[in-house]
Each structure stands twice: as C-alpha cells, then as structure tokens.
Design a protein around this ligand. Structure first.
Ligand code: ZN
Length: 190
C-alpha cells in the first residue's frame, strides 16, 4: 500500500486535533498539553495493538474533539468522512447528562459500539489509568483515583475480546495502579 495514503490522513487528523485542543491542558500538576493524550491513545493502538485501520487511528487522534472542543459532528464528517465521525460520536459522552449518569452509560454502551470505537475506548482507558496512577489530576483525593480505576475496569469488562494485547496492557496497568495507590493509603487499623 502507498504509505502516503495512511500517513497523510493521519497527519491531517493530528493537525486538526492539535489546533482544536490548542488552549487546553490536562488536570495534572504540570498542566501538560491536552494533545499529548490523544497522541498517546493513537500510539498505543498502533504500537501495542498492532492496529493499522485508518478509521480507528484517526478516531483515536480525534476522539475528544466533540466532547471537549467546539468541533461539531458535521465538521468531522466534512473533514474526515462519515466513518470517522461515527467512531468519535460513539466514544463521546453526552455532556448534558449529570456525571454519574454519563459514567453509567459508558459501561452500558461499551458492549454495543463498533470495533474501531472499542479499540479507541480501550486505549483511552489505558491512557487514563496510567495518568490517574502516575500524573493524577492535582485536586483528586486518593479515594477518587481508586474509584476511577474501579470504574474503568467495568467499562473494559464490556470491551473484552477486542484486542488481547491492549487488554493485557490494561490489566497490567490496572494492577500496577492499584499497587501504587494502596501504598499511598493510610494503614487501616486491625
Ligand atoms: Zn480520552
């Protein structure tokens, strides 16, 4: 395959996402640039998951543009086509709903989304588990970090059977995250 047919659209997605997320920072102590996260998600898909599907890779790079920037679904379709639009919409929370409901719906929906959307969601949870373990949001208490890990386990439980390499890495990072966080927890007496 002509490599430019993969590389050019990937770089276009990267350019688009970098521009859309340009003023955003992550919630970690160093306030790292937001774009690092979608880059990591796409890189995990390619390197760990062996994914070469362009829709999944573009979907990974663009996965937070509707949820967290002014990007509309129509704009994504115009720039990247209907398949990429659908994948991003499938991994986008409805921000009109209260947070607990959104989290519950992610678990419920995970079982029913398309294969490229499942791949993106798996890599997204890997990236987030790593962040919550190593570079957590500055204001999150330990209990919130532990609850977050527990919730990702429920979402990923609905995604099993999608990509064994990604699932294995998720399992390792979850176990590592729980070890790190329990070492931070005060001893419970008795
Ligand atoms: Zn994400």
């Amino acid at each position: 395959m002509d490599e430019a047919r993969l590389i050019t659209p990937l770089l276009k997605a990267l350019h688009f996402a970098a521009d859309k997320h340009r003023d955003q920072r992550r919630k970690d102590e160093d306030a790292s640039p937001y774009i690092n996260h979608p880059i990591e998600v796409a890189e995990l898909l390619a390197r760990v998951g062996g994914v070469t599907d362009l829709v999944a890779l573009q979907g990974a790079i663009l996965h937070d543009t509707i949820e967290d920037t002014d990007t509309s679904p129509e704009e994504l379709e115009r720039e990247f086509g209907p398949d990429v639009r659908r994948v991003v919409e499938e991994v986008t929370d409805d921000k009109n709903l209260p947070k607990p409901e959104r989290k519950r719906l992610q678990i419920e929906h995970a079982a029913h989304i398309s294969r490229p959307a499942r791949l993106v969601k798996l890599a997204d949870k890997i990236s987030n588990v790593r962040s919550v373990t190593l570079t957590p949001p500055a204001r999150w208490p330990l209990s919130r970090r532990q609850e977050y890990l527990d919730w990702t386990e429920q979402v990923v439980g609905r995604l099993r059977g999608t990509n064994s390499s990604l699932e294995k890495l998720y399992d390792e990072l979850l176990a590592e995250g729980r070890r790190v966080l329990s070492a931070l927890a005060p001893e419970t007496p008795g």
